[in-house]
Design a protein around this ligand. Structure first.
Ligand code: CUK
Ligand code: CUA
Length: 640
């Protein structure tokens, strides 16, 4: 009888989901005020106010937009190879995509975290997560480059990541797909409940260099971790994670993982975890994971394989992990600017629960538990609840905050954003999104001091918003003005692949730090050629190194002979320019590879193994001057 009811409610939920998707709010040309165009217009030659870093989802990249114009400025490769600049193709960048499973040139990038100091944006780094091969990347906002990628062992489906603590002490990773970990990995799938587990990784970030290393992992029961946020102010020492599938189903999750009324928000006291790690409460597990670092002096990435990781088991570490019951399959888990309120968003719940950090501390002190789950104390729902936002809409997902004490929650199923007041949980306004919004992003929304002003909806479904482009439509974002009482739609702009999440920051935080060129005299690449007169070709066995230079408007050397079929030829191209915005590119006919793009002062290498005799033209691929077409040359390949 019970399971029949469950099936019934799931069937009706599926019905709601399907019917909502087939009858989105009507009127693609919905109300936009005549002021909207003015509000988003950035005159030619003027800059946008905000940089917006938008995840590319299944394209594994990060795109950079200007706001409020919605202009696409750049695509930054992170977890995927990128022919535009040779990322993952050049000899220097291949190591960035190395993993314990070898070269993995794709991932699913969902989330973005901008580094903060004392809870406010500092404009230094952006962290992103790779979901599929669990990884975390760090990009530097001075050069807009992926500088570091660290793989997370003992995990699968790194979804609630790369969220950060207030001072960027840590960036976290987690396990969405529980898997057998440790030494027993080949087990029947139906032994999920006994054998499947996960970890939460706390990756320490060096405050000066930004370098990451996994400080410790915390063993978690076999439930699915979805999203997370670090505490602020009084909750500074804590991290909160949403988790679903506390049923621990391993099949038909849409039925079996939604059986229970409540799942959990997991609260971790990371300060305490640090102490336990220091006190030797953890165990070093033998594992293998890659740590890839790009060095800006040598313009080269190196990959190191690390062989163990420190794991803390909550069983050995009391008062470190707690569960707060949260209705029903929570997705979003967000902390307000004060650090007092934690918002869990049950996708299937009728209300939005808001938890109080103060009450949580009191409940912990009073041991006000309703029981334990896998040995971890479960606090009483009523004891930790600040209150519920009633009848917010259908399918609450994510919440962000403005500077005036308001919260904004995305509603996937009813395709809208609901604005409510944190203090009294009163709903103040609602506005449709086109269509089926996932995340939303308020300017500075995850920080201690939100800027407000604009909010962007990142939508899962586009339907009729743009000119159709075949069966595959562009994904879509929408910009809203949130400066007044009512939210106002200003602009639609298409995004690059699926924009799960994004975070924006004032352009003024970055512009000053922006690297313009690399000084040629500081180039420490082992094959750098620091002047045209130094260009040369060397041979060692069947390895040929071409030390080549590029400067408007010639490549040196431009006639290369003496290469034989089967040789491994390395073109090390140094761009001798010392002017801003004069890259040169390089490609050679038939190379089973991409081009490379070399910034002023930089050296990059394209490897080529000719398989037949002939004359192979090469040329500069980036239009660099009136004589760009003249930047070309020939490689002669002779029979052995
Ligand atoms: S998300 Cu990854 S499924 Cu709501 Cu952060 Cu889109
Ligand atoms: Cu150099 Cu085109």
């Amino acid at each position: 009888m019970k399971s029949y009811l469950v099936l019934l409610s799931c069937a009706s939920l599926t019905f709601i989901l399907l019917s909502m998707q087939s009858c989105q709010p009507k009127g693609a040309s919905a109300a936009v005020s005549s002021e909207a165009a003015k509000a988003v217009y950035v005159p030619p030659g003027k800059y946008d106010e905000y940089y917006d870093f938008v995840s590319g989802g299944f394209n594994g990249q990060l795109s950079v937009y200007g706001l409020p114009s919605g202009r696409l400025l750049k695509i930054l490769p992170v977890f995927s190879v990128f022919p535009e600049n040779g990322y993952g193709y050049s000899e220097e960048t291949k190591a960035m995509l190395n993993s314990s499973h070898g070269f993995v040139p794709w991932d699913d990038l969902h989330h973005v975290s901008l580094s903060t100091t004392n809870g406010e944006h500092d404009g230094r780094w952006v962290f992103t997560n790779g979901v599929n091969t669990p990884r975390i990347a760090r990009l530097d906002l001075a050069n807009f480059k992926t500088m570091e990628i660290i793989e997370l062992p003992n995990s699968a489906g790194n979804h609630s990541s790369p969220y950060i603590t207030e001072n960027t002490e840590y960036v976290v990773g987690s396990t969405r797909f529980s898997v057998p970990i440790g030494d027993k990995v080949d087990v029947p799938i139906n032994t999920y409940k006994q054998n499947f587990k996960g970890t939460v990784s706390f990756v320490k970030v060096d405050p000066n260099s930004g370098r990451m290393n996994i400080a410790f992992q915390i063993l978690t029961p076999g439930i699915d971790f979805d999203l997370a946020r670090g505490g602020k102010n009084k909750s500074h020492d804590w991290f909160f994670f949403s988790c679903y599938n506390s049923e621990r189903a391993n099949t038909l999750l849409e039925v079996n993982a939604s059986a229970k009324d409540k799942d959990f928000i997991m609260a971790i006291n990371w300060k305490k975890a640090e102490e336990y790690a220091k006190a030797g409460k953890g165990k070093n597990w033998p594992v293998s994971y890659a740590h890839n670092i790009y060095d800006e002096k040598t313009h080269t990435a190196t990959s190191t394989m690390i062989k163990e990781v420190l794991v803390l088991d909550p069983k050995d570490c009391p008062d470190m992990v707690y569960f707060m019951p949260c209705p029903k399959s929570p997705h979003g888990c967000d902390v307000d600017p004060s650090g007092e309120y934690i918002v869990g968003s049950g996708k299937l719940a009728a209300a939005i629960p808001v938890f109080s950090f103060t009450k949580m501390e009191q409940a912990i002190a009073a041991k006000n538990f309703e029981g334990t789950f896998e040995g971890i104390p479960v606090l009483k729902y009523d004891a930790v609840l600040h209150g519920e936002v009633q009848k917010p809409g259908l399918g609450p997902l994510h919440t962000e905050f403005d500077e005036k004490g308001n919260a904004y929650t995305s509603m996937f199923v009813s395709s809208e954003i609901v604005k409510w007041r944190v203090k009294d949980l009163k709903i103040l306004d609602r506005v449709p999104t086109y269509y089926s919004i996932g995340h939303l992003s308020v300017m500075g929304g995850p920080t201690k001091k939100p800027y407000g002003k604009y909010m962007v909806a990142y939508n899962k479904i586009t339907k009729d918003r743009y000119l159709p482009t075949g069966p595959e439509l562009a994904q879509s974002a929408q910009l809203y003005d949130i400066s007044g009482d009512k939210m106002k739609l200003l602009l639609d702009f298409p995004t690059v692949a699926e924009p799960h999440y994004a975070e924006a920051l004032p352009a003024s935080l970055i512009v000053k730090k922006n690297v313009k060129i690399y000084k040629i005299e500081e180039n420490a690449h082992p094959y750098a050629t620091k002047g045209e007169g130094l260009a040369k070709v060397t041979r060692n066995g069947n390895i040929v190194h071409v030390y080549m230079t590029a400067i408007r408007s010639h490549l040196t050397p431009d006639n290369i002979e003496g290469v034989k079929v089967g040789d491994s030829v390395y073109f090390h191209l140094t761009n001798l320019e010392q002017d801003w915005d004069v890259p040169h590119g390089f490609a050679i006919k038939h190379a089973n590879n991409a081009e490379i793009l070399i910034m002023p002062g930089e050296t990059q290498t394209l490897a080529f193994k000719p398989d037949r005799p002939g004359i192979y033209p090469f040329y500069c691929t980036d239009f660099c001057s009136a004589l760009h077409q003249e930047m070309q040359g020939y490689l002669r390949v002779s029979p052995v």
